[in-house]
Design a protein around this ligand. Structure first.
Ligand SMILES: CCCCCCCCCCCC(=O)SCCNC(=O)CCNC(=O)[C@H](O)C(C)(C)COP(=O)(O)OP(=O)(O)OC[C@H]1O[C@@H](n2cnc3c(N)ncnc32)[C@H](O)[C@@H]1OP(=O)(O)O
Length: 233
């Protein structure tokens, strides 16, 4: 699996031409023009497994029960802008650094870090994430770093909470790591909103192999919907 992953990255190097895939959004960012492409679409680094899962769920989207969630290096949604103006103390912001700010799980070059796509089913209060961890996410040799697994779990269960509760932040994330995830393999993270108590959103998830035979990790989490009358810092 590692060899094919490295091979894909070699071809990727040859093909990297900044192709503007579908869903590309043009924006000027700190004087240079940055093309924010939708990263939740296939690129040459995606393995056969990841493409198969993507195709399977795109068919479910056509049936209407599931929806693919686009994903960008930088979020320009109104939610995000409101968050910044409302919750981020301008004194803490160093504008020149902020222009470099990117979503952590989207800050690696194609194929090297987090390759993933999320689909949501709001009726079932579920978010499913298909994740392929690249060679820059190595922990112990040949396996994916526990912190990288925690990050993609946080993003998946956080998106589940976000879909139900709007602007949320992680208050608690508990992960049981049952089996190590081979580097560059594809896993399925299945997030489920379990219950809501006021501003508290309880979300759990499993991380399984594509065949569903191996349970890699299980997690529970608590997200809090932010109180607009409370400062964060
Ligand atoms: C389009 C793009 C999509 C994008 C989708 C984006 C998905 C986001 C995914 C990434 C999210 C992150 O990584 S966020 C980054 C990591 N997280 C953080 O940095 C958060 C740091 N913590 C905080 O800022 C704060 O603790 C908050 C905001 C979480 C909560 O503060 P608060 O709003 O003042 O709430 P507070 O009154 O303290 O607590 C409210 C209730 O929750 C309970 N509570 C609070 N913390 C805990 C806790 N750890 N464990 C148990 N219970 C807790 C309290 O007891 C209380 O219960 P009761 O008395 O009401 O019963």
């Amino acid at each position: 699996m590692l060899r094919s992953c490295a091979a894909r990255l070699r071809t990727l190097g040859a093909s990297r031409g900044g192709a503007r895939g579908p869903g590309a959004a043009r924006r000027s960012f700190a004087s240079e023009e940055v093309v924010d492409k939708d990263c939740a679409l296939p690129n040459p680094s995606w393995s056969k497994d990841l493409r198969l899962l993507f195709d399977q769920f795109m068919k479910k989207c056509e049936e209407g029960s599931w929806k693919r969630l686009p994903s960008y290096k930088r979020s320009s949604t109104q939610n995000f802008k409101d968050f910044r103006t409302h919750y981020v103390d301008p004194k803490l912001l160093k504008e020149e650094q902020m222009s470099e700010a990117q979503l952590f799980t989207r800050s690696f070059e194609d194929g090297l870090g987090f390759e993933y796509v999320m689909f949501c089913n709001d009726a079932e209060k579920r978010v499913v994430c298909f994740f392929q961890g690249g060679p820059r996410l190595q922990g112990v040799p040949g396996f994916t770093h526990g912190g990288a697994i925690a990050s993609i779990i946080d993003a998946t269960v956080g998106t589940c909470a976000f879909r139900a509760g709007g602007v949320v932040m992680t208050a608690n994330l508990n992960i049981n790591y049952k089996r190590p995830i081979p580097l560059c393999s594809v896993v399925v993270i299945d997030g489920q909103l379990d219950r809501v108590e006021g501003r508290k959103f309880f979300v759990s998830c499993s991380v399984r192999s594509v065949s569903e035979e191996t349970l890699y990790s299980e997690a529970t989490s608590l997200f809090i919907a932010l109180d607009p009358n409370k400062k964060l810092t």
